[in-house]
Design a protein around this ligand. Structure first.
Ligand code: FMN
Length: 332
């Protein structure tokens, strides 16, 4: 058992989950967290060079406060956000919960973030040395019918500062947001963003709870608007796979999500255009889980809950297990 499992994790897990998260993020930002060296295996995706294919998922460093540090922790890329047009406090606390028996988290953060202007300033000054994605969402105060202009504002400001942009329409914690995954609203939103800056690689992040018919619609709209790819998946509303349903509202991530997220990824790879770039995320708790995502057709993967449970050595464990994984399967 390493230092993280024996000492640090118990200390952090004694704190309220969000307080522990904030403490860990501050420690990372101040260079206090060290990781083992990570096996680097550069690869090029959508014209961008990634030192390795393991990224930090959106939501951990929402405001990009530790941007210059993620490379030293072994990550091959980082996704900042979700960022909204307006700064907002998010939902009332408590809003982040650990389920250690199930190696899972439930969150209903509600896009707490400093807003597009503040994050843009931080990105301008940063030297992350690894590719940076920007994940954008809708501000709570903006009515769903005006979502397009809200996303457009953040997109115009942040896209030039990032290597790729993710349109988040899959958080369960902003009322009405997931409805933007439906065919017509998604088409309107993506067409508007594509018209803004076509040169920036654009992704949409989907929920693991979509039906196959809904995934077909997403694939159709993604192809029509010539998106670069899809991030699959966000957290789930399902409570399957838990030893006991804790009756907590929010999105579930971690081990119980693995199968559902893998199923979504596999469907998108087998049904989507072979050129589609897929970023696989959801329930990667071990090197084996990451290797399976690549086998199912992910080009890149991201982690969140696994990193919380696994600690600083998690990324090097993953790169060790996945370094020799062959190129993603592309079935047409
Ligand atoms: C506390 C917390 C906050 C999150 N915030 C965001 C977010 O702001 N935007 C987003 O797209 N996903 C967010 N996510 C979802 C993660 O990026 C990821 O898709 C999900 O947790 C599944 O991966 P995992 O099983 O490795 O945790 C959040 C997840 C957690 C646990």
């Amino acid at each position: 058992m390493g230092l993280y499992e024996s000492l640090l994790r118990p200390a952090l897990f004694n704190l309220d989950a969000e307080a522990a998260h904030n403490l860990a993020l501050r420690a990372v930002a101040n260079g206090l967290v060290k990781a083992q060296s990570t096996k680097q295996e550069p690869s090029i995706h959508f014209g961008v060079t990634f030192p390795n294919r393991i990224g930090l998922a959106a939501g951990f460093d929402k405001n990009g406060v530790a941007l210059n540090r993620w490379k030293d922790l072994g990550f091959g890329f980082i996704e900042v956000g979700t960022v909204t047009r307006y700064a907002q406090p998010g939902n009332p606390k408590p809003r982040l919960f650990r389920l250690p028996e199930d190696r899972a988290l439930i969150n209903r953060m509600g896009f707490n973030n400093e807003g597009a202007d503040a994050v843009a300033k931080r990105l301008e000054a940063a030297h992350p040395e690894i590719p940076v994605g920007i994940n954008i969402g809708k501000s709570k105060v903006t009515p769903i019918e005006e979502a397009g202009s809200d996303y457009e504002y953040s997109f115009r400001l942040l896209a030039p500062l990032a290597d790729y942009v993710v349109v988040n329409v899959s958080s369960p914690n902003t009322p009405g947001l997931r409805g933007l995954q439906d065919k017509e609203p998604l088409d309107a939103l993506l067409a508007a963003l594509r018209d803004q800056d076509w040169k920036k690689p654009l992704f949409v992040k989907v929920a693991p709870d979509l039906t196959l018919g809904q995934l077909d619609d997403v694939l159709e709209v993604v192809a029509k608007n010539k998106l670069t790819g899809i991030v699959a998946t966000n957290t789930t509303l399902s409570r399957d796979g838990l030893t006991k349903d804790p009756d907590i509202e929010g999105g579930l991530s971690g081990a119980p999500l693995t199968g559902i997220a893998d199923g979504t990824l596999e469907y998108l790879r087998t049904q989507g255009d072979p050129s589609l770039v897929l970023i696989g995320v959801g329930g990667i708790m071990s090197g084996k889980d990451a290797a399976r995502k690549f086998e199912l057709g992910a080009d890149l993967v991201q982690v969140y809950s696994g990193w919380v449970y696994g600690g600083p050595k998690f990324v090097s464990d993953l790169t060790a297990c996945t370094a020799s994984t062959s190129e993603p399967v592309r079935r047409s």
